[in-house]
Design a protein around this ligand. Structure first.
Ligand SMILES: Nc1ncnc2c1ncn2[C@@H]1O[C@H](COP(=O)(O)OP(=O)(O)OP(=O)(O)O)[C@@H](O)[C@H]1O
Ligand SMILES: [Mg+2]
Length: 484
């Protein structure tokens, strides 16, 4: 190569170095700066003239100088010709104004002995580090939110491996985050549910819905680290990140709630049993008193009456004062007999036990029409030869409905329908009275309609009350009958 070409090459190299975007600093074997390009001026803020011939240390923060010297020396010894300086760590540079800044650098080595040169190409990465920092901060913030959530939050990737596991998840499942990350989600499920669960998530992934509650109508089951199973309520959502699916499950340990529900259900059941028992005892008691009133008291009164009639016939006609007194006794006796009958029947019509439901229905409707202005139409389909407790239930609901109509409805027409089939008995009592609002709270001493519902429930049936102000009232009852 002649002199001219060499010069041309040097100029070319110089212009490349000058126009490079990255700072280029060349030092000799003694670490004195021999080359320093324009980009280096911009980064370090030292003008070229101030650094050429100076030790490289002028560009390095004080506290790193020693380590850096050792670093370069070691690099010199290993003899590799080009490598990135400290691939993982961001290094630090020092500007003329004393400001430190992060740099990313690569170093290469050429020549030998006194000819030895080290070329450092470096870049000011202040902006990138700042961006990384703010990303790290926002990740930390997100992490903080996730960890302060009361609900367990677990994210799995497409292969169902856990990629996120918050503090609440740690508490619920008894795994630390370190143990959970990377582990299969199935680890958190009782063995018997794993296969079904896989399918579930898979289907969900394919359906492409983005959020939904899992097992909407039932509580799912989780498995703790210690082998304990516990009820959970969960919702799942999925996102697609660059073609990779992630599923996030938000779940809550509902052990306490399920336990409370269970206790409540149990206590309700016990209360119902107690109510049923109380009802049947009351019914028996009423029946006993009604019968005693009717049989014992009624018979005695009748005997008394016969004696009084006999007495009257024996009193001479001229004893008018006595005849009048006997007539008064007789009238009082008649009233007492009637009252006894009424009280007895009100307690429980004996015909319900003696003659059956049909007779009792006829009697209670008669009682109602005697006391009320309303016209009452009765339709009966099928034979009303019901056994107790069904006969009593139908009778009592009809009685309560008619009493309510007489007390509250001011109706002009009442329609009673009883239909009996082999499987069930149905009762409907409809009036055209003033009706009432079903929304208003139950009055303190109103137990009639409550009793209607209770009777239906206790016999495995249903009741329905439909009413609105000005629109009359319908009370319906369905009772399944025991198969004969
Ligand atoms: N057929 C009806 N027409 C209009 N209002 C009615 C009718 N049936 C019930 N109600 C209203 O509903 C309320 C509740 O009825 P419920 O039978 O439960 O209690 P009650 O009749 O007031 O008292 P109890 O039946 O305990 O002696 C009544 O107070 C009344 O306001
Ligand atoms: Mg009532």
């Amino acid at each position: 190569m002649d002199n001219f070409d060499q010069q041309k090459l040097r100029l070319l190299a110089q212009s490349v170095v000058e126009s490079a975007m990255d700072a280029i600093v060349v030092v000799d074997a003694t670490q004195r700066i021999v080359l320093y390009n324009k980009a280096a001026e911009q980064v370090f803020l030292h003008p070229r003239a101030a650094v050429i011939g100076q030790a490289l240390d002028v560009l390095i923060p004080e506290r790193f100088r020693k380590a850096h010297g050792a670093h370069v020396a070691q690099f010199g010894r290993t003899g590799t010709t080009s490598r990135r300086m400290d691939g993982r760590m961001v290094l630090h540079g020092l500007r003329a104004n004393g400001e430190e800044f992060p740099v990313e650098a690569s170093i290469s080595h050429s020549g030998n002995g006194p000819e030895e040169l080290y070329t450092v190409i470096l870049r000011d990465v202040t902006e990138r580090v700042r961006a990384d920092d703010s990303l790290a901060r926002s990740e930390a913030r997100l992490r903080g939110i996730l960890d302060s959530a009361m609900d367990a939050i677990i994210t799995v990737d497409g292969a169902q491996h856990i990629v996120l596991f918050n503090t609440a998840a740690e508490a619920a499942f008894g795994y630390t985050q370190e143990e959970a990350l990377g582990a299969p989600l199935s680890m958190l499920l009782p063995y018997r549910f794993r296969a079904a669960h896989d399918q579930h998530v898979h289907r969900f992934g394919e359906a492409g819905v983005t959020t939904r509650r899992m097992g909407t109508f039932r509580v799912l089951t989780g498995l703790r680290h210690n082998g304990e199973e516990f009820p959970i309520e969960a919702s799942i959502s999925q996102i697609d990140e660059n073609g990779h699916k992630f599923f996030t499950v938000i779940l809550r340990d509902v052990t306490e709630r399920v336990r409370a529900d269970e206790a409540l259900r149990h206590s309700k059941e016990e209360l119902r049993e107690l109510a049923a028992l109380a009802q049947s005892v009351r019914e028996q008691e009423k029946s006993r008193i009604a019968r005693e009133l009717h049989d014992e008291l009624g018979q005695s009164l009748t005997a008394l009456k016969m004696d009084v009639i006999a007495l009257r016939s024996e009193v001479p006609a001229e004893r008018t004062a006595m005849t009048e007194r006997i007539a008064r006794i007789e009238a009082t006796l008649n009233q007492t007999v009637a009252a006894t009958r009424r009280i007895s029947a009100d307690l429980r019509p004996l015909m319900l036990d003696d003659l059956g439901l049909a007779a009792a229905v006829e009697w209670v409707v008669q009682e109602f029409t005697d006391r009320s202005e309303a016209a009452c139409k009765v339709t009966i389909e099928g034979a009303l030869d019901l056994e107790d407790p069904h006969a009593t239930a139908v009778f009592r609901v009809l009685q309560e409905s008619l009493t309510n109509i007489a007390k509250h409805a001011g109706a002009s027409a009442v329609d009673v329908c009883i239909a009996r089939s082999p499987e069930k008995v149905y009762l409907r009592v409809q009036d055209n009275g003033m009706g009432f609002s079903l929304e208003s709270p139950r009055k303190r001493n109103s137990h009639g309609l409550l009793g209607v519902r209770e009777r239906a429930y206790l016999l495995g049936g249903e009741s329905r009350i439909v009413s609105a102000p000005g629109e009359g009232t319908v009370v319906e009852l369905w009772l399944p009958l025991p198969v004969a």
